[in-house]
Design a protein around this ligand. Structure first.
Ligand code: GAR
Length: 204
Protein backbone atom coordinates (compact mmCIF):
# COMPACT_ATOMS: atom_id res chain seq x y z
CA UNK A 1 0.00 0.00 0.00
CA UNK A 2 1.65 3.23 -1.15
CA UNK A 3 1.62 6.14 1.26
CA UNK A 4 1.80 9.87 0.43
CA UNK A 5 4.55 11.55 2.39
CA UNK A 6 5.44 15.19 3.05
CA UNK A 7 9.14 15.71 3.80
CA UNK A 8 10.01 18.69 5.99
CA UNK A 9 13.63 19.86 6.02
CA UNK A 10 15.89 22.85 6.58
CA UNK A 11 19.18 21.90 4.97
CA UNK A 12 21.08 19.86 2.44
CA UNK A 13 18.49 17.12 2.14
CA UNK A 14 20.66 13.99 2.02
CA UNK A 15 17.92 12.24 4.00
CA UNK A 16 15.37 13.31 1.39
CA UNK A 17 17.69 12.14 -1.41
CA UNK A 18 17.93 8.69 0.14
CA UNK A 19 14.13 8.42 0.28
CA UNK A 20 13.81 9.59 -3.34
CA UNK A 21 16.43 7.02 -4.44
CA UNK A 22 14.74 4.19 -2.53
CA UNK A 23 11.34 5.05 -4.01
CA UNK A 24 12.77 5.28 -7.54
CA UNK A 25 14.50 1.90 -7.09
CA UNK A 26 11.20 0.37 -5.95
CA UNK A 27 12.55 -0.34 -2.46
CA UNK A 28 10.09 1.89 -0.62
CA UNK A 29 6.38 1.84 -1.33
CA UNK A 30 5.69 5.56 -0.93
CA UNK A 31 5.43 8.76 -2.93
CA UNK A 32 6.65 12.19 -1.89
CA UNK A 33 3.67 14.54 -2.16
CA UNK A 34 5.70 17.65 -1.30
CA UNK A 35 8.86 18.95 0.31
CA UNK A 36 8.55 21.89 2.70
CA UNK A 37 11.64 23.78 3.85
CA UNK A 38 11.96 26.22 6.74
CA UNK A 39 14.85 27.86 4.86
CA UNK A 40 14.61 29.38 1.39
CA UNK A 41 18.22 28.48 0.62
CA UNK A 42 17.97 24.78 1.57
CA UNK A 43 19.51 22.57 -1.10
CA UNK A 44 16.81 20.02 -0.32
CA UNK A 45 14.35 22.20 -2.29
CA UNK A 46 16.51 21.84 -5.38
CA UNK A 47 16.82 18.09 -4.90
CA UNK A 48 13.01 17.87 -4.80
CA UNK A 49 12.54 19.99 -7.94
CA UNK A 50 15.13 17.89 -9.78
CA UNK A 51 12.80 14.93 -9.29
CA UNK A 52 9.57 16.78 -10.15
CA UNK A 53 8.43 16.92 -6.52
CA UNK A 54 6.51 20.06 -5.46
CA UNK A 55 8.82 22.09 -3.19
CA UNK A 56 7.70 24.94 -0.96
CA UNK A 57 9.75 27.28 1.24
CA UNK A 58 8.08 28.50 4.43
CA UNK A 59 10.98 30.63 5.60
CA UNK A 60 11.07 30.68 9.40
CA UNK A 61 12.81 34.05 9.58
CA UNK A 62 9.98 35.71 7.61
CA UNK A 63 7.66 35.02 10.55
CA UNK A 64 7.65 36.82 13.86
CA UNK A 65 4.83 34.61 14.97
CA UNK A 66 5.41 30.87 15.44
CA UNK A 67 1.69 30.15 15.03
CA UNK A 68 1.59 31.77 11.59
CA UNK A 69 4.71 29.80 10.57
CA UNK A 70 3.12 26.55 11.68
CA UNK A 71 -0.16 27.39 9.95
CA UNK A 72 1.63 27.85 6.61
CA UNK A 73 3.57 24.61 7.03
CA UNK A 74 0.39 22.63 7.66
CA UNK A 75 -1.41 24.41 4.85
CA UNK A 76 1.24 23.09 2.42
CA UNK A 77 1.12 19.58 3.91
CA UNK A 78 -2.68 19.45 3.65
CA UNK A 79 -2.81 21.00 0.19
CA UNK A 80 -0.68 18.10 -1.08
CA UNK A 81 -2.80 15.55 0.81
CA UNK A 82 0.10 14.00 2.70
CA UNK A 83 -0.77 11.10 4.98
CA UNK A 84 2.55 10.99 6.82
CA UNK A 85 4.97 13.82 7.65
CA UNK A 86 8.65 12.88 7.65
CA UNK A 87 11.04 15.28 9.37
CA UNK A 88 14.41 15.17 7.63
CA UNK A 89 16.74 17.66 9.26
CA UNK A 90 13.87 20.07 10.04
CA UNK A 91 15.35 22.55 12.48
CA UNK A 92 12.27 24.37 13.77
CA UNK A 93 9.91 23.23 16.47
CA UNK A 94 6.72 22.01 14.85
CA UNK A 95 3.32 22.27 16.49
CA UNK A 96 1.45 19.12 15.57
CA UNK A 97 -2.29 19.55 15.05
CA UNK A 98 -4.61 16.92 16.55
CA UNK A 99 -5.44 15.28 13.22
CA UNK A 100 -1.71 14.68 12.57
CA UNK A 101 -0.90 13.23 16.01
CA UNK A 102 0.86 9.90 15.42
CA UNK A 103 1.50 10.81 11.79
CA UNK A 104 4.72 12.82 12.13
CA UNK A 105 8.06 11.02 12.43
CA UNK A 106 11.62 12.21 12.99
CA UNK A 107 15.09 10.73 12.73
CA UNK A 108 17.81 11.59 15.21
CA UNK A 109 21.49 10.65 14.83
CA UNK A 110 21.92 9.27 18.38
CA UNK A 111 20.19 6.97 20.84
CA UNK A 112 17.37 9.04 22.33
CA UNK A 113 17.05 10.06 25.19
CA UNK A 114 20.82 10.71 25.05
CA UNK A 115 22.44 13.49 23.02
CA UNK A 116 19.22 15.10 21.86
CA UNK A 117 17.09 18.21 22.36
CA UNK A 118 17.36 21.79 21.20
CA UNK A 119 20.64 22.59 19.46
CA UNK A 120 21.55 18.88 19.19
CA UNK A 121 21.69 18.23 15.48
CA UNK A 122 24.18 17.07 12.89
CA UNK A 123 27.79 17.49 13.97
CA UNK A 124 26.94 18.87 17.40
CA UNK A 125 25.59 15.44 18.26
CA UNK A 126 28.68 13.52 17.12
CA UNK A 127 31.05 15.96 18.85
CA UNK A 128 29.13 15.56 22.12
CA UNK A 129 29.09 11.77 21.75
CA UNK A 130 32.88 11.57 21.26
CA UNK A 131 33.55 14.08 24.05
CA UNK A 132 31.43 12.05 26.51
CA UNK A 133 33.41 8.85 25.98
CA UNK A 134 30.42 6.56 25.34
CA UNK A 135 31.23 3.40 23.37
CA UNK A 136 27.90 3.17 21.58
CA UNK A 137 25.75 5.70 19.79
CA UNK A 138 23.21 5.08 17.04
CA UNK A 139 20.09 6.16 15.25
CA UNK A 140 16.53 6.70 16.48
CA UNK A 141 13.35 6.98 14.43
CA UNK A 142 10.50 8.25 16.58
CA UNK A 143 7.10 9.88 16.51
CA UNK A 144 7.45 13.63 16.86
CA UNK A 145 5.57 15.52 19.53
CA UNK A 146 5.76 19.14 20.66
CA UNK A 147 9.28 18.77 22.14
CA UNK A 148 12.58 18.35 20.30
CA UNK A 149 13.58 14.69 19.75
CA UNK A 150 11.08 13.45 22.27
CA UNK A 151 8.12 11.27 21.14
CA UNK A 152 7.68 7.46 21.26
CA UNK A 153 10.50 5.46 19.68
CA UNK A 154 9.68 3.39 16.59
CA UNK A 155 13.10 1.95 15.66
CA UNK A 156 16.53 2.29 17.17
CA UNK A 157 19.86 0.73 16.31
CA UNK A 158 23.35 1.07 17.74
CA UNK A 159 26.60 2.17 16.08
CA UNK A 160 30.00 1.67 17.81
CA UNK A 161 32.16 4.66 18.69
CA UNK A 162 35.75 3.73 17.81
CA UNK A 163 38.85 4.94 19.67
CA UNK A 164 40.14 6.91 16.70
CA UNK A 165 36.77 8.35 15.61
CA UNK A 166 36.44 12.00 14.65
CA UNK A 167 32.99 13.64 14.39
CA UNK A 168 33.30 13.15 10.60
CA UNK A 169 34.14 9.46 10.68
CA UNK A 170 31.43 8.79 13.26
CA UNK A 171 28.88 10.80 11.25
CA UNK A 172 29.62 8.65 8.21
CA UNK A 173 28.86 5.43 10.10
CA UNK A 174 25.73 6.88 11.72
CA UNK A 175 24.43 8.25 8.41
CA UNK A 176 24.87 4.84 6.77
CA UNK A 177 22.59 3.47 9.52
CA UNK A 178 20.13 6.37 9.01
CA UNK A 179 19.84 5.47 5.32
CA UNK A 180 18.64 1.98 6.32
CA UNK A 181 16.46 2.78 9.31
CA UNK A 182 14.31 5.65 7.98
CA UNK A 183 12.98 3.88 4.86
CA UNK A 184 12.39 0.76 6.98
CA UNK A 185 10.28 2.75 9.49
CA UNK A 186 8.29 4.47 6.72
CA UNK A 187 7.61 1.12 5.04
CA UNK A 188 6.40 -0.36 8.36
CA UNK A 189 4.15 2.66 8.90
CA UNK A 190 2.78 2.44 5.35
CA UNK A 191 1.89 -1.20 5.95
CA UNK A 192 0.04 -0.30 9.17
CA UNK A 193 2.60 -2.26 11.21
CA UNK A 194 3.48 0.52 13.68
CA UNK A 195 1.26 0.39 16.75
CA UNK A 196 1.41 3.22 19.26
CA UNK A 197 0.60 2.28 22.85
CA UNK A 198 1.27 5.19 25.23
CA UNK A 199 5.05 5.83 25.20
CA UNK A 200 5.71 2.41 23.66
CA UNK A 201 5.60 1.41 20.02
CA UNK A 202 5.17 -2.14 18.79
CA UNK A 203 6.09 -3.08 15.25
CA UNK A 204 4.15 -6.07 14.01
C1 GAR B 1 20.26 14.02 9.66
O1 GAR B 1 21.47 13.43 9.99
C2 GAR B 1 19.29 13.88 10.82
O2 GAR B 1 19.55 12.75 11.56
C3 GAR B 1 19.58 15.11 11.62
O3 GAR B 1 19.77 16.10 10.67
C4 GAR B 1 20.43 15.53 9.54
C5 GAR B 1 19.81 16.08 8.28
O4 GAR B 1 20.69 16.00 7.22
N1 GAR B 1 18.48 15.41 12.48
C6 GAR B 1 18.63 15.83 13.74
O5 GAR B 1 19.72 16.02 14.25
C7 GAR B 1 17.33 16.04 14.52
N2 GAR B 1 17.61 16.48 15.83
P1 GAR B 1 20.22 16.34 5.74
O6 GAR B 1 19.73 17.76 5.71
O7 GAR B 1 21.44 16.16 4.90
O8 GAR B 1 19.16 15.35 5.41
Amino acid sequence: MSIKVAVLLSGSGTTLQNLIDRIERGELDASIACVVSSRKSAFGLERARNHGIPAVAVHRKDYEDLDAFNRDIWEAVRRHEAELVVLAGFMSLLEIPKDFAGRVINIHPALIPSFCGKGMYGHHVHEAVIESGVKLTGVTVHFADDEYDHGPIILQDAVPVLDNDTPDSLAERVQAMERELYPKAIQLFAEGRVVLDGRRVRTT
